[in-house]
Design a protein around this ligand. Structure first.
Ligand SMILES: [Zn+2]
Length: 420
């Protein structure tokens, strides 16, 4: 066996083992606390809601374990199993080597991966989410969504693939710097186009009509010296009962988007506090920090790809006897995550720190008690478990565990407000 094949398979198996071990811990921990509502939540969450959240968390972990194993098998089949080489040879059978053939090779491999993942998407939507009462996607909407997503993936992914392959072929030894610059430009373009052209393909966005709420929001924005172009309500309820709120766009073009499901479950003061939290991510410069770190990581990725694409062992070790630019890209995208997962807990910890900071900001500019109430309502409505395994949560979660987060928020409620 090629030494790099062995290194790759070991890294992949190590990742798999860690994920399954953490999932098992999560299942055990949630199950052990299924009958006990954490102190501080007992008045807001009923025993039935608490055990439903536990069952939902456990059911999702069980599917997650099966999917993790399945995904690893797909990656192995495509790499060391020879799938990428096979599909490359198939394309070469009717097409001259070049940018177009390379693009088609990439498209065919991603189409196979999408099809391979489809049973899980269907299961999650129509079995898992359905069982817990969250699914509102009709089969028609689901098929329409899939077709639109595939067309979009084909157009955008195909364009990016062709562009990167062209740069690899034409820009010389330091092509990866040019490739990275093109990738950054593409990311900016998508950020601009997403709220305007892409999101409306999937959902309806209508201006917020509730005048009293709009005034409350405008007052908050003015208080925080923040500019947003418009406030929209999105018909999230067409697909799911889960609620959310987010900002999109950049500069003065920022838009605020509320899921209609969120507006029906929270009161005006609670909505204001949730918005103050989201706004904090801008005011505290979390968004630019994430962009800079993301740009630095993708530069490192392109540099690594530039080097790996010159190494014979990278191809030979991953089941591709005849190197090509398209195979280099595919192997990079499929094999490198087997090694880089090791940094994901650091990114999760960084994100949790930002969440605490944003909560503190919201407590200052809106109302800490309302934010705590809003979060408890959202935990309840989304059946988020209140008792995650500490290690699982530290490794995976971008948001702090509910009990720690609510405890901190309650400590931020000023003593005079608490007394009133
Ligand atoms: Zn946040």
């Amino acid at each position: 066996m090629h030494p790099f094949t062995l290194a790759f398979v070991l890294a992949l198996v190590a990742h798999l083992a860690v994920q399954i071990w953490l999932s098992q811990r999560q299942i055990t921990h949630v199950l052990a606390h299924r009958g006990t509502i954490p102190a501080g939540f007992a008045s807001a969450v009923s025993a039935a809601e608490h055990s439903k959240a536990a069952d939902y968390a456990i059911a999702r972990q069980r599917v997650g374990i099966v999917e993790t194993v399945y995904d690893a098998i797909v990656v192995l089949a495509l790499t060391v199993g020879g799938g990428i080489a096979l599909l490359g040879a198939w394309v070469a059978g009717f097409m001259q080597p070049g940018i177009l053939a390379g693009t088609l090779h990439l498209v065919v491999v991603f189409a196979c991966m999408t099809l391979a993942g489809l049973p899980f998407t269907i299961y999650r939507t129509f079995v898992l989410e359905q069982r817990f009462g969250f699914n509102r996607t009709s089969p028609g909407t689901f098929v329409g969504d899939q077709l639109k997503a595939w067309a979009l993936g084909l157009a955008l992914g195909g364009a990016v693939a062709a562009c990167v392959l062209w740069i690899m072929a034409e820009a010389g030894a330091s092509w990866w710097i040019v490739g990275w610059a093109a990738w950054m430009a593409f990311s900016l373009l998508v950020t601009w186009a997403w709220p305007r052209l892409i999101a409306p393909l999937f959902n309806k966005f209508s201006p917020l009509e509730d005048q009293a709420l709009r005034e409350r929001i405008d007052a908050l924005l003015a208080r925080c010296d923040f500019h947003a172009k418009a406030v929209y309500v999105m018909d999230g309820s067409r697909r799911s009962a889960h609620g959310n709120a987010y900002f999109t766009g950049f500069g003065r073009e920022k838009r605020i988007v509320f899921f209609d499901t969120l507006l029906t479950s929270l009161g005006p003061v609670q909505i204001e506090s949730v918005l103050a939290h989201e706004l904090a991510h801008f005011k505290l410069r979390h968004i630019p920090q994430r962009l800079v770190v993301g740009a630095a990581m993708s530069l490192a990725g392109f540099a690594l790809l530039g080097w790996l694409s010159q190494q014979q062992w990278f191809f030979a070790g991953l089941g591709v006897p005849a190197p090509s630019d398209a195979a280099a890209l595919l192997l990079f995208l499929l094999a490198v995550p087997a090694f880089t997962w090791i940094i994901s807990p650091l990114l999760a910890a960084w994100s949790r720190r930002h969440e605490y900071e944003a909560d503190a900001f919201a407590a200052q500019h809106a109302d800490a008690r309302s934010l705590a109430e809003a979060l408890v309502t959202l935990y309840k409505d989304n059946a988020t478990t209140l008792t995650p395994d500490p290690l699982y949560s530290a490794f995976h979660d971008s948001h702090p565990p509910p009990t720690a987060r609510i405890e901190r928020l309650r400590a931020l409620v000023s003593p005079s407000a608490a007394a009133s």
